[in-house]
Design a protein around this ligand. Structure first.
Ligand code: NAI
Length: 523
């Protein structure tokens, strides 16, 4: 394993915008002398002053030592010519996202800095391979992709292009750890790990909205309160900016030669066309005007609790849900499994309540001869979730539906009914995230452990998609995706070969191909 860059080494940061200032702050706090350069006159000084204020503010709140704060600020030296990078052991560029401008900068830098210096780019979308092409020593060009805001976000994707020297990538990895970050290794590929593997989070939410399974506020609430995600997809797209999110999706789709898995959404394109960009324009999927109401999730009205639930078979991952229903004072009787429901089913009055397997309720009801079928969604934790989505078969009668809703409500769960959408919301999203992650692992873009770390640290997912798939069962993910594929008949829902293989071999996904995360493993 390569050693981290020595603390004595000078680090140059080029570009003093949002990312460059954050990087300069982290590097100075790690003890390096920093040279900060920007073509905008005065930008580097202003960034240094702002960092000084931030650090002084943190010291005033007792979060960091006051002496350490002023020493870190003093280590940042604004420079006015690239030639002043002459002693740098590492340069991190965070200038405008343009291939030719970045290549021009790297070409200038490679004749200024020592031969052993590493040249890192914070690009979020450009190919490291393309950036390095034609350089005198392409082996020392590497991606060092920080996340915004840099001082708070732990993840750093260390990107290797075709020519990147593995030792250079390892040194940058070790250096990121020394800076208090959580690095992961990734191959240069469109979207790297996070921006690629996160696409289904937006894509499936947009698909559900397009099919009018529910409104955006309800789908967001389900992602938060059942899925355990910090934000729903629509509020997140509004925060990122629909123009930015749409452009990222589109560029990843184009870079993959129009693979339908990444296809952008017409719904989002319409938002962009209308100027509904999100928070920054005052309106996106939601309205941000001063007197606009906050989105409210559609929730079923209170229904009476049934006296009794009959559990057929083993509830598997839904066991904590059954336990909640029992704790609510509803008698839970156990009976033999039903052949149509090998994963267990609850009989409540005339209703059959089961976990979704990816088929729409109406399709499953027809296949199993169970007219009054109600399906519930996946939850991160059935023992504590505040909300759950349900869908019922078209032929289901209202008394049967009400009995199912009443049982869940008695357990303290708000129920949101979706139109009869295949795989509901959380199951569909988690299955598709795991599918995408499994493909990234198959293609050697990153190890399974690094993919999971990247998604937990880069976009705050409550679980890595692969460990999540293991927790609910690889077979369940396989079944959900196979049923989505059968339902839509679209290549977008094709199953990742690794999921098929792991399910057949009864293996785990998170352990796939020696899945241990590189570097520091999250606790
Ligand atoms: P920004 O616009 O806030 O800052 C860019 C800075 O670079 C500006 O101060 C500009 O004057 C300066 N600059 C432009 N051309 C220059 C040149 N030739 N030499 C020196 N300075 C130059 O942009 P931001 O958001 O900081 O992004 C910078 C880079 O980081 C881009 O490559 C971007 O894709 C990447 N990135 C951005 C993230 C974000 O959330 N904003 C996240 C991760 C990566």
């Amino acid at each position: 394993m390569a050693a981290a860059l020595s603390r004595e080494a000078t680090v140059a940061v080029i570009g003093a915008g949002a990312m460059g200032s954050g990087i300069a702050q982290v590097v100075a706090q790690a003890g390096h002398s920093v040279r900060l350069f920007d073509t905008r006159i005065g930008a580097a000084e202003r960034a240094r002053d702002a960092i000084g204020q931030t650090l002084a503010g943190l010291a005033a709140k007792g979060r960091i030592d006051a002496v350490a704060a002023s020493e870190a600020t003093a280590r940042i030296a604004p420079i006015h010519a690239l030639g002043d990078c002459v002693s740098a052991g590492l340069v991190v560029e965070a200038i405008v996202e343009d291939l030719e401008t970045k290549r021009g900068l790297l070409r200038e830098l490679e004749v200024i800095v020592p031969r052993t210096a590493i040249l890192a780019s914070n690009t979020s979308s450009l190919s490291i391979t393309a950036l390095a092409a034609g350089m005198k020593s392409p082996g020392r060009i590497v991606g060092m992709h920080f996340f915004n805001p840099v001082p708070l976000m732990e993840l750093v994707e260390v990107i290797s292009g075709l020519a990147t020297d593995p030792e250079v990538a390892d040194t940058v990895h070790a250096t990121a750890i020394a800076w208090g970050k959580q690095p992961v290794h990734a191959k240069s590929t469109p979207g790297f790990i996070v921006n690629r593997c996160a696409r289904p989070f937006y894509g499936e939410a947009l698909r559900l909205l397009a099919e009018r399974a529910a409104d955006a506020g309800t789908l967001d609430a389900l992602m938060r309160e059942a899925g355990g995600f910090r934000m729903g997809a629509f509020e997140l797209m509004d925060l990122i900016g629909n123009d930015v999110n749409f452009a990222v999706t589109r560029s990843i789709w184009e870079a993959h030669f129009h693979d339908p898995r990444y296809a952008p959404s017409l719904l989002q394109q319409e938002r962009v066309a209308a100027g509904y960009l999100g928070r920054k324009s005052g309106r996106g999927f939601f309205d941000y005007g001063t007197d606009a109401a906050r989105p409210v999730a559609r929730t079923e009205t209170a229904r009476p609790a049934p006296a009794r639930v009959v559990l057929h078979g083993e509830p598997g991952i839904a066991a904590p849900l059954v336990a909640r229903i029992a704790r609510a004072g509803i008698a839970v009787d156990r009976q033999a499994p039903q052949t149509a429901f090998p994963d267990g089913v609850m009989a409540i009055g005339d209703a059959w309540l089961a976990l979704s397997d990816g088929r729409p309720a109406t399709v499953r009801a027809a296949a199993t001869g169970t007219r009054n079928l109600v399906l519930f969604d996946l939850a991160l934790d059935y023992g504590s979730c505040a909300r759950l989505a349900v869908a019922c078969a078209d032929g289901c009668d209202s008394a049967a539906f009400a009995a199912s809703v009443g049982a869940l409500q008695a357990a303290g769960i708000a129920v949101s009914r979706l139109d009869d959408a295949a795989a509901l919301a959380v199951l569909r999203t988690v299955a598709m995230l795991a599918n995408e992650a499994a493909d990234a692992v198959t293609m050697g873009i990153a190890s399974a452990g690094d993919v999971d770390v990247a998604m937990r640290k880069g976009v705050n997912y409550p679980r890595g998609p692969l460990e999540w798939a293991d927790a609910i069962g690889v077979g369940r993910v396989r079944e959900a995706i196979a049923n989505l594929a059968a339902h839509y008949g679209e290549d977008r829902y094709r199953l990742a070969p690794l999921i098929e293989r792991r399910q057949a071999g009864a293996g785990s996904l998170a352990g796939a191909f020696g899945g241990a995360a590189s570097g520091k493993v999250a606790t």
